[in-house]
Structure formats: C-alpha cells, structure tokens
Design a protein around this ligand. Structure first.
Ligand code: NAD
Length: 489
C-alpha cells in the first residue's frame, strides 16, 4: 500500500535561509520523509515589492491548505510601516505556543553546562509583540502590552501538558509581576490556577531578570520554563547560546490547527552566501515537524544521524572547537555528513526514538468564565501640554484641568511617564509633553460617569487642552481597581 505524502508549505527565507533550507530538505529527502512540498515566497522580496506584511494572499491559501509550515528565517525591515511577517504568521494562524528546546551536546559541543536540558514555552501572540504602538505627541511613544486570561491559560496549560507528555518534572514561571502588577500579575495568577491541576509536576516562580541571569549561570536548574512573549524570546536566545551556539536553537510554533517549524536564529546577514551556516536549528525544527505530522520513524532516523555527525566531531564553524571537534565543515559538507550517517545511531549521546504516530498535544478548550461586573469610576485623560518640563512647574496645567471639571468629578492627580507630578511634584522629576490627568467620580453611583467624561473632554478642549487619549477607569467586583496607581500616588 502506498503511503500518502503529507503536504507541507516551505519558505526558503532570506540571508542564510536558502542555504540551510536546501541542507534540511536534502537530508529529509535522503531519510525518506513522506512530504508533498509546496513552496512559497515570503520576506525581503515581497517587502521590496511594497507588500507591507511580506506575504501574498496566495501564500496564505497554501498555508491554510497544508496547515504545516517549515520556514527559514526572514529579514524584518525596520520602520516604514512594515509588519514583522513572523509575528503576523504566528498570530494569524493562531500559533499560540512557541516551544524552544535547548539541550547541551556535551562532550561533543563545547558548553559550560554539560547537563543542561531545558525547554522554553513562550506565549506567542500577546504581550508587547501585539505591535500596538502610538505616538500622539511628538517625541513620546507608547507600546501596548496585552496580556489576557485566555492567552495565559492556554500557554500555561500547554507548558504543563508538554511537561507531562515528555516526562519532565518541573515548570518554572518567569514574570515581572513586581513591576507589571496587573499584566504579569494576571499571567502568574493563571499559572498558579493551572499548576494546581498538575500536582505531579513541581512548580516554581522567578522574576524574569534573575531568571535570565540563572539561565546564563545555572541552566541545569531548569526543566520547562513558561513565560510571556518578549521574555521568552530573550531567554531562549540566552539558553540556546549557552548550549554552544544560537545556530542550534529550535522554534516550534503550535496552534490548534496549524503549526510552523523554524530555527530560533535570524538570517545571519554577516555570514549569508558564504556556505558556512549551521543548518542544525532548522534541521532539528524539521524533526519536530516530522513528529507533529506523524512521521516519528523518519524523525528518529534524521535525529540519530545528526547526533552521530555531531559525535563524530564534524562541525560547522560556529560550534567548531580545537581539541573537541575533528573536522571544520561548511553547510554542504555538514549536510553530506548527516546524509552519510542516516541509519546510524549515536554511541554516547542518547539515541532518539519517536513513536511513529505521536502527533501534537491536544488541549481542552480555554475555560469560559462569567465576566466580572464593573463600574466606571473615572478617566485618565492624556493631553499634550508644553508649559513646563518639571513636576514642580505644572500648577498651571492643574488649574486648567480643574477649570474644566464637571459636577460629580474631581481632579485626583496628574502623572507624567507614570509618576505622580501633581499635587506636590518634585523639582527633580523630568516631564515629557504628554500628561495624564486622572479624574475620579465624587459620587457613590457612577451611572452618569460616561456622560460626565464626554462633557469633561469638551471643557478641556475649550480650555486649550485637547485630549490625545482617554483611558476609562473601572472598579471590578469586590472593589478591585482596573488601573494602577501612579508612582508616588
Ligand atoms: P541572527 O540570529 O541572524 O544572528 C546572530 C548571530 O548568530 C550572528 O553572528 C550570526 O552569524 C550567528 N548565527 C545565526 N544563525 C547562525 C547559524 N545558523 N549558523 C552560524 N551562525 C549563526 O540575529 P540578528 O543578526 O539579530 O538578525 C538578523 C535578521 O534576522 C534581522 O532582520 C531579524 O529581524 C531577523 N530574524 C528573523 C527571525 C525569523 O525569521 N524567525 C528570527 C530572528 C531574527
């Protein structure tokens, strides 16, 4: 009986992308991977044609049809309104979990941490990567950090399920909830709720800064790490680097229906076209793809051939070390060396054996909760004002704001860059021309607040203070504020 090939989408990418993709596809082919490859063009070429997100409509169709994407790194243009294609693909296809295993290959690849074997499970759709930024006042930018209960629940559950399915013992949550009490506080609150459902797995918490430092100095302390998008991006590069090279890092992006597999590193423009790039990150990513599509037999073959090549000391320049490595090779010879070893097994490193039809993790749907009731109790009104640049000189702004008040509201404070500057601002506190006027309801019932806020904005405009942004202030059930206090409030 002939076995049907699995359709996958492939993109060769930019920089070293085509070189490492060629290498990967040659090895997969030699190992007998049952693939029906559909190639798409993404990245620099499309950006140069003025396609702002670096991908064409037809390519989206191919991705939706195949649901599996093997992608080489692509160049992301800076500024100019271009969107990162990586982020767009992850979000559009709902690839919420970014799984990044980082293990040492001691004694064959030099690392200070022989026993290191950790996996970063990074939230892939939210956080500052939402890419929502505003400049409402010349010279001041605001980036929106978006963390949701549902997004946090999905990634934390994925981390625990991943740990259970892969025989791992501990999940560490890394956050910065001492500063971002609401956003990171929510992520950690959800982590604890989910962790309670997995009593067989140890749980722990690190503040991200010391967590990142510990990954660099004691990575063997960690097993599975679950974290938000930006932190995960940073710590996984650190973790990959301490295994020996960022060129070894793998990045699997998993959603409910689609998945994308890539190397963790970028396009390496400094070595592009020289034939010296290490294809290992993408190759190891393709092994995760093979297990995802139920070709565990081929995944085992490719992985063991790669491990044997590494054991035999045949190394690309990024991992080559005198005294450890035997032969320094370019991408092409490394590829041939792996192909030659298909069917071989490593002698010292653990032999890999994937179940033939493992497939991906299946998670239950995100829990549905009744939304908590809330009451509007005020508004933060952002205005552009250039009358002063020090906190002790903003009395005039406070006067204008108070002249704009409507019945039932008071000016409770003024802040600048998150610090309280009125009343009693400090002469040392520098202020940007973007000021936040916090108005609060003076009455118990806030039922008229919506109307009051609209009237207040009119009054501010008439007093020469047009608003650039309004954030409504809510109080949730049980008196829980839906906003933070300013520093010094
Ligand atoms: P990079 O990862 O491309 O390179 C960092 C360093 O690691 C360089 O010195 C490079 O030579 C080396 N390196 C990376 N991969 C290697 C490999 N396979 N073999 C040997 N050495 C390797 O990071 P960068 O220079 O910050 O980014 C370059 C471009 O890549 C940027 O445009 C960035 O936006 C893009 N990028 C894309 C992705 C992706 O497509 N997933 C990820 C990260 C960065």
């Amino acid at each position: 009986m002939s076995v049907k090939n699995t359709p996958i989408t492939v993109a060769r990418g930019d920089g070293i992308g085509p070189e490492i993709m060629d290498a990967t596809l040659q090895i997969l082919d030699a190992a007998g991977a049952r693939l029906d490859i559909r190639e798409i063009e993404i990245g620099e070429k499309l950006y140069n044609q003025g396609i702002m997100n670096g991908i064409s409509d037809e390519s989206w169709d191919t991705l939706r049809e195949t649901k599996v994407f093997l992608k080489a790194p692509i160049f992301t243009p800076m500024g100019g309104g271009f969107k990162s294609l990586n982020v767009t693909v992850r979000k559009t296809l709902g690839l919420y979990a970014n799984v990044r295993p980082c293990a040492s290959f001691h004694p064959f690849i030099k690392t200070n941490f022989p026993g290191m074997d950790l996996v970063v499970v990074r939230e892939n759709e939210e956080d500052l990567y939402a890419g929502v930024e505003y400049a409402q006042v010349d010279g001041a930018i605001q980036s929106v950090k978006m963390i949701t209960r549902a997004g946090s629940e999905r990634i934390c559950r994925y981390a625990f399920e991943y740990a259970r399915a892969n025989g791992r013992k501990k999940v560490t949550c890394m956050i910065k909830d001492n500063i971002m009490k609401m956003a990171d506080g929510l992520f950690y609150e959800v982590f604890k709720e989910i962790a309670a459902e997995y009593p067989d797995i140890e749980q722990e918490r690190y503040i991200i800064d010391i967590g990142a430092a510990r990954i660099a100095s004691r990575p063997t302390d960690f097993d599975v790490i679950v974290t938000e998008n930006l932190y995960g991006d940073i710590i996984s590069d650190i973790a990959a680097e301490v295994t020996g090279s960022v060129g070894l890092g793998i990045s699997a992006n998993i959603g409910d229906t689609c998945a994308m597999f890539e190397a963790m590193h970028g396009t390496a423009p400094d070595i592009a076209g020289q034939g010296i790039a290490n294809p290992s990150g993408l190759l190891l990513g393709s092994i995760m793809m093979l297990t995802h599509i139920g070709q565990g037999d081929i995944a085992s073959k490719v992985h063991n051939a790669w491990l044997k090549t590494i054991e035999d000391g045949i190394h690309t320049g990024d991992i080559y070390k005198e005294g450890i490595s035997k032969k320094k090779v370019g991408t092409r010879d490394f590829t041939f060396a792996v192909i030659e070893r298909i069917g071989d097994k490593p002698e010292t490193l653990p032999v890999q054996s994937y179940p033939e039809n493992s497939g991906g993790l299946k998670l239950p749907p995100v829990s549905v909760r009744e939304p908590a009731s809330k009451e509007l109790i005020g508004a933060d009104v952002y205005v552009e004002w250039r009358g002063a640049d020090r906190a002790d000189k903003c009395e005039e702004l406070a006067t204008l704001a108070r002249q704009s008040l409507v019945d039932g509201m008071s000016l409770s404070l003024i802040s600048n860059r998150g610090t309280k500057v009125w009343p009693n601002g400090s002469a040392e506190t520098f202020c940007a021309p973007l000021w936040c006027l916090r108005f609060k309801s003076t009455t118990k019932s806030g039922s008229m607040m919506g109307h009051h806020v609209t009237k207040l904005l009119d009054n501010l405009y008439n007093n020469g203070l047009p608003f650039v942004k309004v954030e409504k202030l809510y109080e949730f059930e049980g008196g829980k504020p839906g906003f933070t206090k300013a520093q010094g409030e």
